[in-house]
Design a protein around this ligand. Structure first.
Ligand code: UD1
Ligand code: CA
Length: 465
């Protein structure tokens, strides 16, 4: 039997107070709607349709990579039933099961969706509603059951009587429908309610009155059907998602000194016996080996870190590779495809951009190394700068094995310092330095004796004038 998925994402998301479409806000480093799409795709549906309206074009653009997704526009937005009707031209002739999801419900589990579809098909139901019990059901549609315990109808919070408001079982807004007769039933729904909207949950009473079976699946994990309607709910979702990631990391042998301030993207991998200190962010694509120490304030984005590496406090490492047994920071900035070979060391206030630092090489203090290829056992002195940019093009600096670069050196690229060469402190290297040579460019030092005394006298005569 065919399965079709429809995702509701046309609503305004007024309470987010955002210029960005609500479903494009992120939980655990991924937009709300991408979470929903991931769950939908796992069901291997024949079609996926996203209903857009408010800020629809930005949603379409954001999902461009998902080529199997079709979009329909709902304009104006007259309610959730009206939204589903916009898919009739695409799905009206189809048969099988339609699964309806909400673009703002990011934590829904695939296993729950599978259970929804199984229950629905086994009962040959017209509709099956995903529900849960909430201590505070305010704002949600309530599940009203008949005396035989079967679902009779759903009443929206605003339309509920005092007795109905006391019901804790709520509508999760996620349904499975039988496509046969679905759109005819949706068209029979009126808008005689507090919001003057066409409510999809009214389908329950429509089907029940027609004598068609309606089922429910109750989840005991309420988080998975919580929707995001405000920034506060967004933060709550993020915390729930983060807790789950952190728990899994600890279960796999990673020490988190303070899980409450550890931010790890779900696609990040970390090896056992690595210690993550408080206030660390490991963002998308990062892989950390085993036995590492990642200290407070570090932020790694797309970073590959080898075993036993130490990342000291307040480093920013983006799209770069840190080899095994290396040490980086504190306060280092490693970016744009920089690589540190095993046993290399980078100290405080050092920036590496698109630079390869060879095995056992060191840049311990205050340096900018951009577009450079640096060999083994090279020592980069404090304050060394590669002048890689001439205002138009970027140029390469090559420093071969065993070279020594004295403090406060400027390397004007393109330039090469050959094997075992030695660059004196304060040198401006404009030409290649041959292997084994010493390069010095600073002028000769001159001491002027008695200068300070003479200057003091001139200054005091001037101030008394
Ligand atoms: C809806 C349900 C409620 C349920 C709750 C679960 C209705 C009438 N009520 O309420 O029973 O407890 O979800 O979260 O369905 N949307 C459109 N077009 C529209 C209106 C809404 O695409 O014309 C989309 C929204 O973008 C959103 C989803 O439908 O993704 C739900 O709409 P929303 O207004 O958030 O409904 P709730 O009041 O939360
Ligand atoms: Ca909602």
């Amino acid at each position: 039997m065919q399965l079709h998925v429809v995702i509701l994402a046309a609503g305004k998301g007024t309470r987010m107070k955002s210029a960005r479409a609500k479903v494009l806000h992120e939980v655990a480093g991924q937009s709300l709607i991408e979470h929903v799409l991931a769950a939908a795709t796992a069901l291997k549906p024949a079609t996926v349709t996203v209903i857009i309206g408010h800020q629809g074009e930005t949603i379409r653009e954001a999902l461009r990579a998902h080529s199997h997704v079709a979009f329909v526009v709902q304009e104006p937005q007259l309610g959730t039933a009206h939204a589903l009707l916009t898919t009739e031209t695409r799905l009206g002739e189809k048969s099988g099961t339609l699964v309806l999801l909400s673009g703002d419900v990011p934590l829904l589990r695939v296993s729950t969706l599978e259970k929804l579809v199984e229950t629905h098909r086994a009962a040959q139901a017209a509709a099956t509603v995903l529900t849960t019990n909430l201590a505070d059901p305010k704002g949600y549609g309530r599940i009203v059951r008949a005396s035989d315990g079967r679902i009779a109808r759903i009443v929206e919070d605003r339309d509920a009587s005092v007795e109905e408001q006391a019901i804790h079982e709520i509508n999760g807004g996620i349904y499975a429908f039988d496509l046969d007769g679905l759109f005819a039933a949706v068209r029979s729904i009126g808008a005689n309610n507090a919001q003057r909207e066409y409510y999809l949950p009214d389908l329950v009473s429509v089907f029940r009155k027609a004598g068609r079976p309606v089922e429910t699946v109750v989840t005991d994990m309420p988080e998975e059907i919580l929707g995001v309607n405000s920034r506060q709910e967004l933060a709550i979702m993020n915390r729930i998602a983060r807790d789950a990631v952190n728990k899994a990391l600890m279960a796999s042998g990673v020490t988190l000194e303070d899980p409450a301030t550890t931010y790890v993207h779900p696609d990040v991998r970390v090896g056992p016996d690595t210690v993550i200190h408080p206030n660390v962010s490991l963002e998308r694509g990062t892989i950390v080996g085993s036995g590492c120490d990642i200290h407070s304030g570090a932020r790694l984005v797309g970073a590959i870190v080898g075993d036993r590496a130490v990342v000291l406090n307040h480093c920013l490492i983006t799209d770069s590779t840190i080899g095994s047994d290396t040490s980086v920071g504190p306060f280092a900035h490693i970016r744009n495809g920089a690589t540190l070979a095993p046993h290399a060391k980078v100290g405080n206030f050092v920036e590496l951009k698109k630079t390869a630092l060879g095995p056992k090489s060191k840049a311990m203090h205050l340096a900018y190394l951009g577009d450079a290829v640096i060999g083994e056992r090279v020592n980069i002195g404090a304050g060394t700068i590669t002048c890689n940019y001439d205002g138009v093009h970027k140029h390469l600096t090559t420093i071969e094995d065993g070279a020594f670069i004295g403090s406060d050196t400027q390397l004007i690229a393109p330039v090469t310092v050959e094997k075992d060469a030695y660059v004196g402190t304060g040198t401006t290297v404009r030409h290649n330095v041959p292997a084994g040579s010493l390069a010095i460019s600073a002028g000769k030092q001159r001491n002027v004796s008695g200068w300070v005394e003479r200057r003091k006298k001139t200054l005091s005569t001037k101030s008394s004038e």
